[in-house]
Each structure stands twice: as structure tokens, then as C-alpha cells.
Ligand binder design. Structure first.
Ligand code: NAP
Length: 253
């Protein structure tokens, strides 16, 4: 049995939909006090009510000022911060040949810079907690696999892991761990926009023959937040129903 995390203060960036909302619901269900963030206020308000979160902050992770406001809100409304789930991310599709400079900049700004700025803003609070946890949502795409249309996205998700490894070393002395979850294909609002053909193609490639749920990512994050996971840092956990395992399509037929 793990030590309870009831009462812990948690921020989930991009917690207003999809995986982040699932993470928020799992933490709130375990008795943690959660703030969710996102850019759309109506979605944020609805997500906070639906997940049982303590509240929400409208903020863009690509903005240093917004990240500072999120940390201020955690200090004021939660009295500090024990766990930061740096989850906000975007995955617009474009083949390399057609990739516009603005597409590259936006994906890197949200997925990489947004991760760094979110963690940086929360450092004093995480240090003060004495057992700070940073949990990144990376992906199998980039760190482990590739998929046409996502060169920039794959680079951003691998970039998060480069950040994680040095941050884990720098923050270890403050008792802060930094780890990353690498989801496979998880059924979310964002993934649904990719269409039925994408979803059925992925389902066929997954040994477990189904997409993952947001709760399955939430429970992985919850484990990384426990006291018992306190000696794990700078590591990745793939949560993908076995998707990265087959050597060929025959292996899952
Ligand atoms: P989603 O359903 O589109 O939700 C994305 C969330 O991030 C929303 O809450 C969104 O709210 C927020 N967000 C987007 N841009 C933001 C910004 N600039 N600042 C603050 N919040 C922002 O996506 P998802 O499928 O749950 O993906 C969440 C994370 O998991 C991403 O990092 C993604 O790369 C990763 N991931 C997903 C899958 C999958 O299969 N779904 C697989 C691997 C990795 P607003 O739009 O209101 O800001």
C-alpha cells in the first residue's frame, strides 16, 4: 500500500481536456488539491468542476508571465506545491516538406519551452515542499517511434527528455524528482481530431487492441507522485498497451 497523497498540492498544465483532465481527476479522486490550467476559460471552469479540482488558472505555458501566475496561484490558493504535472502540449500534423516555420516555432514553444517555463516557475514552491515531483507528459512519438507528419512534434517530445535528464540532476539536491510518462495512443479530444482512420490504424497496431484511457496515464502519474517513488528520477515510463514492441505488423496480426 502506498502512502496517501491526500491533501498534496498539485498543478496540471493542460488539465482542461484529455490526458491532463484525466490526471487531474485521478489526483483529485485520491484527495489531492488540484489546479488545472489551459487557455480556454470555459473549458477550464468545466474541467475543474468535473474532475473535483480545487480550481483553475487560465494560462498559456508558452508565456513566462503566465507560468509565473500559475505558480502564484498555487502559492495563494493551495499554500504551496508538491506536484507539477507539465502536460500541456499540441500535436498539429504537417509533412516535413510543407512544414511552415511558424508551425515549428509554435510546437517547440508550447511543448518544449512551455515545459521548461512551467517547471522553472514552480521551482521555489517544489523545493519548499521538501518532496517536489515533476511529471512530464512526453510521448512514444519522438523518443521511441516516428510517424509521418510529426517531425516537429517528435523533436519536441524527445526535447522534453533532454530537459528532464539535466533538470533531474540539478534538482536532486532539493529533493525534487523529474520523470516523464511516454503515452502511446490515448483516447482524448485532441486525438479524436485525427479521425477514424487514424484511430482504427493505431488500434490494429497495438497488441492490447485498444487505445489507452486518460485514467491509465493519471494512475501512472499518481505512482510517480507517491513517497514510495521518491528514489526514481530522470526516468521514463512507456504506457502504450505494448505498441512499441512488435517488430512487424505480423507480430500483432
Ligand atoms: P488535448 O486533448 O488536445 O488537450 C490538450 C490540453 O493542453 C488542453 O487542456 C489544452 O487546453 C492544453 N493546452 C494546449 N496548448 C496549451 C498552451 N499553450 N498552454 C496551456 N495549455 C495548453 O491533448 P491530449 O491528447 O490530452 O495531449 C496532452 C499531452 O499528452 C500532450 O503533451 C501530448 O503531446 C501528450 N500525448 C498525447 C497522446 C495521445 O494519444 N493523446 C500521446 C502521447 C502524448 P487549451 O487548448 O484550452 O489551452
Amino acid at each position: 500500500m502506498f502512502t496517501s497523497i491526500a491533501g498534496r498540492a498539485v498543478v496540471v498544465t493542460g488539465g482542461t481536456r484529455g490526458i491532463g483532465k484525466g490526471i487531474a481527476a485521478v489526483f483529485a479522486g485520491a484527495g489531492a488539491r488540484v489546479l488545472v490550467t489551459g487557455r480556454d476559460e470555459a473549458a477550464a471552469k468545466a474541467a475543474a468542476a468535473e474532475t473535483g479540482a480545487a480550481g483553475y488558472v487560465v494560462a498559456d505555458v508558452a508565456s513566462k508571465a503566465d507560468c509565473a501566475r500559475v505558480a502564484e496561484a498555487a502559492a495563494e490558493r493551495l499554500g504551496g506545491l508538491d506536484v507539477l504535472c507539465a502536460n500541456a502540449g499540441i500535436f498539429p500534423e504537417a509533412p516535413l516538406a510543407d512544414l511552415a516555420e511558424e508551425d515549428i516555432d509554435r510546437v517547440l514553444a508550447v511543448n518544449v519551452k512551455g515545459t521548461i517555463l512551467s517547471v522553472q516557475a514552480c521551482l521555489p514552491l517544489l523545493k519548499a515542499s521538501g518532496h517536489g515531483r515533476v511529471i512530464l507528459t512526453s510521448s512514444i512519438t519522438g523518443p521511441v517511434t516516428g510517424y509521418p507528419g510529426w517531425t516537429h512534434y517528435g523533436a519536441s517530445k524527445a526535447g522534453q527528455l533532454g530537459f528532464m535528464r539535466t533538470a533531474a540532476i540539478e534538482l536532486a539536491r532539493d529533493g525534487i524528482t523529474v520523470n516523464a510518462i511516454l503515452p502511446g495512443n490515448i483516447m482524448t479530444e485532441g486525438l479524436a481530431t485525427l479521425g477514424e482512420d487514424y484511430i482504427s490504424g493505431m488500434t490494429a497496431a497495438i497488441p492490447m487492441r485498444r487505445l489507452g484511457t486518460v485514467a491509465e496515464i493519471g494512475h501512472t502519474a499518481l505512482f510517480l507522485a507517491t513517497d514510495e517513488a521518491g528514489y526514481i528520477t530522470g526516468q521514463t515510463i512507456v504506457v502504450d498497451g505494448g505498441q512499441v514492441l512488435p517488430e512487424s505488423p505480423d507480430a500483432v496480426s
